[in-house]
Each structure stands twice: as structure tokens, then as C-alpha cells.
Design a protein around this ligand. Structure first.
Ligand code: 8YV
Length: 311
């Protein structure tokens, strides 16, 4: 019997093509009337989605037979996992395979801000070097780095930062007894200790605006903020205000409120390095993420244990 999958949104092309080669795939975004299409597909047991979109209650209401959502991405802030569990829906995600790339991105942004790499690039291209050398920058050496969220990605960021002769401390819901890094149970106190805050925690209600105005202000005028987590974890308005009044030295941002819209005020700031949510966006990592999406679905249809269930 043909296996059927409902794709709620487009996936990375090679992943989507591989799924289409093995299953009958219904693409909800191609339907002229998605609500009517969902009624026709009420028998569906397996869906795909991605971290930016998740699945909402109305869609699950329309799919009473749904058992599995295979999600492309590690972040599950667009899912209400308790509600999924209550409905008997398991969500799988793509942890581990993207950890190193996302950690690398945090360091790329941090180095970009500290050594002003994009600024220097513009300086050369615009022919300004002939008129004199570029201004001097901050250094990585001896920086105190505060990591917000010491999970898999936070730990990979920490191990990279150590190679730059920095000090590390972290904030999170609890101390990790297996880690030697200094722990702060108060993010403002971490901000006061640190020169740099790097957000690496999950998104969602529990971490909404956890990087508060006070935490950012505590970094001081030489302070730097880096975000590879979610736009929701930082008070973006406060960040912009502190940057524009020189109460913070710079920021490296891969994620934003309301992506892909980025405030013009941030785009205008030369002390800010911006990236379009590129943390996991290497070919190798995206293929590995897609493989997990595929493997979880294959396991489900084969009646085997799921590879990376999240609930
Ligand atoms: C991707 C991400 O941008 O894994 C996540 O949670 O944010 C990123 O890897 C996203 O999943 C792509 O849809």
C-alpha cells in the first residue's frame, strides 16, 4: 500500500525529492483552498513541517488521525508539545547534526563584530584604505563570554571560545553539574560579569525576552550581544536602543523577531553584523537534517522506534 505524507510547507529540495520518491506526498501549500484540502486529507497519519512553521491547533483539529510530525530543524518553539502529546501526536526534530554549524555561526558573528570583519570588507571595497588605515578594533583575548543556554549548542560555542583565550560562564534554568564553567542563576549578574552575551537557548514562552534590557545594559558600553537562538529570546527594541545610544558596542545577529523582516535601524548600524538565519545552513548539515526527517518517517512506517522523538 502506498504510504502517504502531508507536507505542511516546502522542505529543503533534496529532502523533499527523496520523500517524494518513496511516498505519496501531498503539498498543502499548493492547494487553492488549504482548509478544504485538509478535509480531504483527514485520514493522514504523517506530516512534515519545519521549525519556523511547526503545526497549529487548527491543523491538528483537521487531522484527527495524525500520529507523527517529522520536523526539519531542532527548534520546537512553534509546537505546543503538551498539546501534541495529549492528541497522541509525536514530533521528531533534528538535534546534534546541526550543533557544530550553529556554534560556528556564533563564533563567526562574534569575530565579525569584535574584529569588524564586514566593516573592513566595506572599507576595502569602497576604496577608503588609500585615505588611511581602518580604525583599530576590540580583541577576543581575555574576553569574558556569558552563554545563555548551556545545552548542546551552548557547549559547542563554549569549547570554541576557549580556543580564543576567553573565560566562560553561563546562565540557564539549572546548573549543569557535569560542566566546570561558572554558573549564574541570574542573567543580569551574568551580564555584569561578562563582556559578551551569546544567546544559545531554545525559543518559546519559557525564554521569551530572557535577554532583557537589564541584562544587555549590564554588559556596558564595550559589551557585545550575539544571537543564534531565536529573536524572541531578546528584547529587540531595547537592543536597538542600547546600540544606537552607544550603551552597547555591537551585536551579531542571525535571528530576529518577525523574520525575514529586519528593522532598518539595525541595518544602518555599522557595529552590527547581520545574517539571514544561516546557523544550520550548510549543504552538509541541511542534508543531515533532511536525512533525519526521512529516517524518522521510515521508522514510523516500519513500526520501529523513532530516531529523534521530542515528546
Ligand atoms: C533552520 C533552525 O533555520 O533548527 C532550527 O531550529 O532554526 C534552523 O536550523 C530551520 O529549521 C529551517 O527550517
Amino acid at each position: 500500500m502506498a504510504t502517504e505524507i502531508l507536507m505542511l510547507n516546502p522542505l529543503y529540495e533534496p529532502t523533499q525529492a527523496a520523500l517524494e520518491a518513496g511516498h505519496t506526498c501531498h503539498k498543502l501549500w499548493e492547494a487553492a483552498d488549504p482548509a478544504a484540502r485538509l478535509r480531504e486529507l483527514a485520514h493522514i497519519e504523517v506530516c512534515t513541517s519545519q521549525s519556523g512553521a511547526g503545526i497549529d491547533a487548527a491543523t491538528m483539529d483537521a487531522l484527527p488521525n495524525l500520529k507523527l510530525v517529522s520536523n526539519f530543524g531542532v527548534g520546537l518553539d512553534t509546537y505546543d508539545l503538551k498539546d501534541c502529546t495529549r492528541r497522541g501526536v509525536t514530533v521528531t526534530n533534528t538535534p546534534d547534526v546541526l550543533t557544530l554549524d550553529v556554534a560556528d555561526m556564533a563564533l563567526a558573528l562574534l569575530l565579525g563584530v569584535v574584529r569588524q570583519v564586514p566593516y573592513g570588507d566595506r572599507f576595502v571595497r569602497e576604496g577608503r584604505w588609500r585615505a588611511g588605515n581602518m580604525r583599530l578594533t576590540q580583541t577576543m583575548q581575555d574576553k569574558k563570554i556569558g552563554i545563555v543556554g548551556m545545552g548542546r549548542i551552548g557547549q559547542a560555542i563554549a569549547s570554541r571560545c576557549l580556543a580564543f583565550q576567553t573565560e566562560i560562564a553561563y546562565f540557564g534554568p539549572r546548573r549543569k553539574t557535569d560542566l566546570d564553567y561558572r554558573y549564574f542563576d541570574d542573567i543580569v549578574a551574568l551580564g555584569r560579569w561578562a563582556d559578551v552575551l551569546i544567546a544559545a537557548c531554545p525559543g518559546g514562552p519559557a525564554t521569551y525576552r530572557v535577554v532583557s534590557r537589564d541584562a544587555l545594559a549590564a554588559l556596558g558600553p564595550e559589551g557585545i550581544f550575539v544571537n543564534i537562538a531565536r529573536g524572541s529570546v531578546v528584547d529587540q527594541d531595547a537592543l536597538i536602543e542600547l546600540l544606537s545610544t552607544s550603551q552597547l558596542a555591537g551585536a551579531g545577529l542571525d535571528v530576529f523577531d518577525n523574520e525575514p523582516d529586519v528593522p532598518d535601524s539595525l541595518k544602518a548600524m555599522e557595529q552590527v553584523v547581520l545574517a539571514p538565519h544561516q546557523g544550520s545552513a550548510s549543504v552538509r548539515t541541511r542534508l543531515a537534517m533532511g536525512q533525519l526527517v526521512i529516517d524518522n518517517i521510515a521508522a514510523w512506517f516500519a513500526g520501529k522506534p523513532l530516531v529523534t522523538p521530542a515528546n
